[in-house]
Write a protein that binds this ligand. Structure first.
Ligand code: ASC
Length: 149
């Protein structure tokens, strides 16, 4: 009985010390999760970027819906960069874990720019959308240059 109580407390403590990992059964799941959420974000962002560059006809409703999805997806990948998820099928650089403050800062900046794009897309004003698309693209690139191999 004592042993069981100890095991329960030990496993609760392990869970508390690794909140980001707690929601993934294994590191590969976390890697797949962050890649999948970034893929869905990128697909939606690229649709709006294509309109803003004139590669596809501007459709305000589709732009607004896509920006909304991209802004939501932008929140999701970060919980999946827990300890132990640096190895496997991933382009994530070790610097993500050794310079977490900078990584988190870039992640937050990207979300901020994505929220601005979402707001711009709701207005339907193509010039504001163009400006916001440029800022989002810049924030993607800044982080990829530093943290993606
Ligand atoms: C994309 C994509 C990125 C960014 C970046 C912008 O659509 O996949 O990583 O935009 O290329 O510079």
């Amino acid at each position: 009985m004592k042993k069981l109580a100890f095991l329960l407390i030990a496993s609760a403590a392990a869970t508390l010390s690794a909140p980001a990992m707690a929601q993934f059964a294994k590191p590969e799941d976390a890697i797949k999760y962050r890649q999948s959420t970034m893929f869905v974000m990128q697909q939606n962002f690229a649709r709006v970027a294509g309109m803003s560059a004139g590669r596809v006809p501007f459709d305000a409703k589709i732009a607004a819906e896509s920006a909304e999805v991209a802004a939501y997806m932008a929140k999701l990948p970060w919980a999946a960069f827990g300890e132990g998820t640096d190895k496997g099928t991933t382009k994530a650089k070790a610097e993500i874990w050794s310079d977490k403050a900078k990584f988190n800062d870039y992640a937050e900046k990207m979300q901020g720019e994505m929220n601005k794009l979402n707001a711009a897309a709701k207005t339907g004003n193509l010039d504001s959308i163009k400006a916001a698309v440029g800022a989002v693209g810049g924030s993607c690139k800044t982080c990829h240059d530093a943290f993606r191999s």
